[in-house]
Design a binder for this molecule. Structure first.
Ligand SMILES: Nc1ncnc2c1ncn2[C@@H]1O[C@H](COP(=O)(O)OP(=O)(O)OP(=O)(O)O)[C@@H](O)[C@H]1O
Ligand SMILES: [Mg+2]
Length: 255
């Protein structure tokens, strides 16, 4: 049985894809790991240097009426195994509308998949039917947040969505924690916001991960070079922090 992590926050540009690709890359060094890109922007797909054209993608698995087995949509790249996304996923809302099973497409697909210890899912900045598919299929949600004054905007909506899925569709779902990302540590505001995030985490009956992900320019460079940070700049702050975060996450998940 796989442990399925979903990285979610409906706020855009916060660090979801960076978190998902780094986590999957680091986990992939220890155990068989699959990254699933569930965002039509295809950023994780691009970082993994996976194809979108002329290959099967998540679209074929969860939207197409033929429902391709997910194993047939896995691409084995130099960075690791991935199910790529497709810009066509924006059509999901329309295509799955009114279909009661529409919320369970990803879960059904993953129930048929064997052999992966970890599955990491990157999601789009929206609370749409694809996110529901991810939450219904997942075990644990990782919520990246940044320490700016708008950081916690919309978090309660995400929390309500997670709790609603937990109550009705997936009792097994839990929030692994809030992860502070892109942290410069330079401003007092950041420190203040960090305290607020910690309080919000408590209210959500979860924790702020002890590990904080610091910023580093190498992160963007690695993404542009279509390489994992652990290969491109294994000693940079962001990479060292994601390694610590992965260890903290696994330790927590075992409890
Ligand atoms: N630790 C970091 N150091 C430096 N830059 C970072 C770091 N984490 C993320 N970034 C940069 O911030 C931007 C947004 O990150 P990312 O794409 O991971 O966010 P996202 O939440 O997935 O965005 P979207 O909501 O659009 O999917 C990217 O340009 C990325 O390179
Ligand atoms: Mg993204």
């Amino acid at each position: 049985m796989s442990t399925i992590f979903v990285v979610a926050n409906q706020k855009g540009g916060i660090g979801k894809s960076t978190t998902a690709t780094n986590l999957a890359g680091i986990l992939g060094r220890k155990a068989k790991t699959l990254l699933i890109d569930a965002d039509p922007q295809c950023n994780s797909t691009s970082t993994y240097d996976a194809k979108i054209e002329d290959v099967a993608t998540l679209y074929d698995v969860i939207i197409d009426s033929d429902k391709l087995p997910i194993a047939e949509a896995i691409q084995h790249t130099e960075n690791g195994d991935i199910v790529a996304s497709d810009p066509l996923l924006v059509k999901a809302e329309k295509m799955l509308d009114g279909d009661l099973e529409g919320f369970y497409r990803l879960k059904d697909a993953l129930d048929e998949l064997d052999g992966y210890e970890y599955i990491v899912i990157d999601t789009a900045p929206s609370l749409n039917i694809i996110l529901y598919n991810c939450l219904i299929a997942a075990d644990k949600v990782i919520i990246p947040v940044t320490a700016d004054s708008y950081a916690m905007q919309g978090i309660s909506q995400l929390y309500d969505t997670i709790m609603s899925v937990k109550k009705r569709q997936n009792r097994n779902l839990s929030i692994a924690g809030l992860l502070l990302v892109r942290y410069s540590g330079r401003s007092n505001l950041e420190k203040e916001t960090r305290d607020n995030i910690e309080k919000t985490a408590k209210k959500m009956d979860t924790k702020l991960f002890k590990t904080v992900i610091r910023e580093c320019i190498k992160t963007k460079e690695a993404q542009e070079a279509k390489k994992l940070l652990i290969d491109y700049a294994p000693k940079c702050n962001t990479c060292l922090d994601y390694i610590d975060f992965t260890a903290e996450l696994l330790k927590k998940s075992r409890k």
